[in-house]
Design a protein around this ligand. Structure first.
Ligand code: HEM
Length: 411
């Protein structure tokens, strides 16, 4: 997803505020405990970020779903009140992307991607995904133990998205070196983000130029050709930032989902055994993994273009709204026994991939990759177990992105 601002902490003295405390650290330590509390006590809650800016965190399923589809909630930063939102500024060639846009620009660009990113193109990745998964598992096997995130969950989606976009093998790399600096900037290294932006911009501008010079049968060549056929469909900045968005959105969340899904299974031997016995249930199980530990804990920030009432609370125009997908998906009003992983439950309506006009463009690919990744992993290692007590596992330091830093396993 697009980069995020630093995490929120409480607004002291805000009316309706639950017990004081540092909400950011609480959310980092156990987001679901905090969500459960907020859903009951303050389902639309004003919070203040560590940079001093405030946002409204929405945690109930019905409110989140309705707000995701509300055209009065804009993704365009120009609707933010001056001084109220301090996201960081990216150059237009990275920033002019779908997740910063409303109709009609969003509609125009999205239609263009939908035409190029077809079901056939996704399906054609099935073989390469399985082959890459098998190669990674082969490489892991001799050691008998591994960090599953570094050895498998991360390299697989990065390879897949490079294949989809057409990143030449010699230019492939662990893009997380750059994108981690955007998602979780290190305050001690302010130059880190600047360098990352510079590197990303040079990389994507160069890649688009190359596709123009040497078109191939890949998504970026198709998008570049379509742009060049008609100038008014997509500006050069829009094209470059589209490539950036697809790459970035296309691996980050999948890495997290493969990690958290594997962890959930390893913590629940009965459900793991059931899935091993009937691998055909993996397709449905992926939906439950998405619901149970949603990689995007919140949707992208939104800005009301006028005062908007959400869950009975009026949010003034221009303020920042954070819709918690992770909380909505654990709302017991919508999913009975929501904190329990139930692989064959009815997950219809989960919001892990969004809802409305910004619904995830890569949803079919995300599902395909996760399903193949889990199937190949379980087939290859019949005795896969955790290699560390679950309570010692470290999560990424983000209130927006839910993911494990490492997942030590034995097999
Ligand atoms: C498990 C994996 C994934 C998750 C959980 C996920 C989640 C999401 C969510 C929640 C949104 C909507 C954000 C909002 O409305 O604020 C979204 C949008 C998007 N996703 Fe994904 N995503 C995943 C995988 C992918 C993949 C594999 C791709 C591309 C290959 C992708 C490309 C996009 C794009 C381009 C958008 C923007 C759509 C728009 O604004 O119209 N995503 N995703």
């Amino acid at each position: 997803m697009a980069p995020s601002t630093p995490g929120p902490s409480p607004a002291p003295g805000t009316p309706g505020t639950p017990a004081p405390g540092d909400l950011t650290s609480e959310l980092l330590a156990d987001p679901y405990e905090v969500y459960a509390r907020l859903r009951e006590t303050a389902p639309v809650r004003r919070i203040t970020g560590s940079d001093g800016t405030s946002a409204w965190l929405v945690t109930r399923y019905d409110d989140v779903r309705r707000a995701l589809a509300d055209p009065r909630l804009s993704l365009d930063k120009r609707h933010a009140l001056p001084g109220n939102y301090k996201g960081f500024s990216l150059p237009p060639a990275l920033d002019a992307n779908l997740l910063n846009m409303d109709p009609p620009d969003h509609t125009r660009i999205r239609r263009f991607v939908v035409q190029a990113f077809t079901a056939r193109r996704t399906e054609r990745l099935r073989e390469p995904i399985r082959r890459t998964a098998d190669e990674l598992l082969d490489a892991m096997a001799p050691a008998g133990r591994a960090d599953l995130v570094a050895a498998y969950a991360a390299p697989l989606p990065i390879a897949v998205i490079c294949e989809l976009l057409g990143v030449p093998p010699e230019d492939r790399r662990d893009f997380r070196e750059w994108t981690d600096d955007l998602i979780t900037p290190d305050p001690a290294r302010p130059e880190g983000m600047k360098n990352a932006v510079r590197a990303l911009l040079a990389f994507f501008t160069g890649l688009v130029d190359r596709k123009r010079a040497e078109p191939a049968d890949d998504l970026l060549s198709a998008l570049t050709a379509a742009r060049d056929e008609s100038d008014d469909r997509l500006s050069e900045d829009e094209l470059v930032s589209l490539a950036f968005l697809i790459l970035f959105a296309g691996y980050e969340n999948v890495i997290q989902l493969i990690g958290t899904a594997t962890l959930a299974l390893l913590r629940d031997p009965a459900q793991l055994a059931a899935l091993r016995a009937e691998p055909a249930r993996t397709t449905a199980a992926v939906e439950e993994f998405l619901r149970y530990d949603s990689p995007a804990l919140t949707a992208l920030r939104r800005f009301p273009v006028e005062d908007v009432t959400i869950g009975g609370v009026t949010v003034p125009a221009g303020e920042t709204v954070l819709l918690s997908l992770g909380s909505a998906n654990r709302d017991p009003r919508r999913f009975p026994d929501a904190d329990r992983l139930v692989l064959d439950r009815d997950t219809a309506g989960h919001l892990a991939l969004g809802h409305g006009i910004h619904y995830c463009l890569g949803a079919p690919l995300a599902r395909l990759e996760t399903e193949i990744a889990l199937t190949a992993l379980l087939e290859r290692f019949p005795r896969l177990t955790l290699d560390a007590p679950p309570e010692t596992l470290r999560w990424r330091p983000s209130t927006r992105a839910r993911g494990l830093r490492e997942l030590p396993v034995r097999f």
